[in-house]
Design a protein around this ligand. Structure first.
Ligand SMILES: NC(=O)c1ccc[n+]([C@@H]2O[C@H](COP(=O)([O-])OP(=O)(O)OC[C@H]3O[C@@H](n4cnc5c(N)ncnc54)[C@H](OP(=O)(O)O)[C@@H]3O)[C@@H](O)[C@H]2O)c1
Length: 260
């Protein structure tokens, strides 16, 4: 899979899945623009890509800030002439009871996990349509297939709905829209999970493949399709499984242990 000549923007590229995706796309020849808030880490990731022979530019960006999103799009386009691939990956986890979640934090999570992706897509899409060429890949979650933490699941179900519907809207254009829905993988977001988990590179490779062979949705690793279908076909059984693993009562302040 040769991505030489392609220009990719990856949000949330300072760590985890986003950093692995930037490395993967660059290894396949794409020029990559890395975006996230932590400027030092972001530059270090860009430097690592360059050290491996890739072409990378770090643009510190808070995806919850519209002005910074516009700057990201302008700066990336000015540097490389266009954007062909957008990976909407920036995101944060959430596992507090809704009743004790401050409203400002609720809005803040949706701004990062959902609105940021929608607005950046909205900003870059016209250029892709003009050139009749582009790939938009959003990083959802198994929590966008299986209802778990109310706020986190709302953001990921929302992102999933956005991606699936946009894919239909753009059918027949040269712009593909794909969704990748990972289960738990080993990143900062799952630092609390004791079990052995796959590394973020498994998702990065899936994203690179979706650029070349777009799909409606790829659940990664594939074994998680079972729980996604259980939720859809047998929701009562899924309720029971959820209660067994997620025993803490609704008002308890504890962080839940089953979080994707
Ligand atoms: N790890 C998993 O098991 C798992 C499973 C399913 C889905 N996901 C999804 O995968 C994506 C990446 O998460 P990860 O697991 O790789 O965790 P991670 O290592 O914590 O990465 C999260 C990334 O998002 C960035 N980010 C957070 N808030 C941001 C903001 N306001 N503006 C710009 N960037 C922001 C972070 O960078 P800065 O802090 O530097 O801004 C960081 O680069 C998320 O969308 C997450 O929901 C992860």
């Amino acid at each position: 899979m040769d991505l030489r000549g392609e220009v990719a923007v990856v949000t949330g590229a300072s760590s985890g899945i986003g950093a692995a995706t930037a490395r993967e796309l660059a290894a396949r020849g794409a020029a990559v623009v890395l975006a996230a808030r932590r400027a030092d880490l972001l530059e270090a990731q860009a430097q690592a890509v360059r050290a491996a022979g890739g072409n990378a530019l770090a643009i510190p960006t808070d995806v919850a800030d519209r002005t910074q999103l516009a700057h990201l799009a302008e700066h990336a386009t000015a540097a490389f002439g266009r954007v062909d691939i957008l990976v909407n990956n920036a995101g944060a986890g959430w596992s507090r009871p809704l009743a004790s979640t401050p409203p400002a934090e609720l809005i803040g999570l949706l701004e990062v996990n959902l609105l940021g992706a929608m607005l950046l897509t909205r900003t870059l899409l016209p250029g892709m349509l003009e050139r009749d060429h582009g790939a938009i890949i959003s990083v959802g979650s198994l929590s966008g297939r299986v209802a778990m933490e109310p706020l986190y699941s709302a953001s990921k179900y929302g992102l999933r709905g956005f991606s699936l519907a946009l894919r239909r809207q753009l059918r027949g254009t040269g712009v593909s829209v794909s969704l990748v829905s990972p289960g738990n993988v080993r990143t900062a977001m799952t630092a609390h999970v004791q079990a052995r988990l796959p590394e973020p590179e498994i998702v990065a490779r899936a994203i690179a493949e979706l650029v070349v062979r777009p799909r409606r949705e790829a659940v990664i690793p594939g074994k998680h399709y079972a729980i996604a279908w259980l939720e859809q076909l047998l929701p009562r059984t899924a309720d029971f499984a959820y209660r067994r693993r997620h025993w803490s009562p609704v008002l308890e302040e504890e962080t839940a242990t089953w979080k994707y």
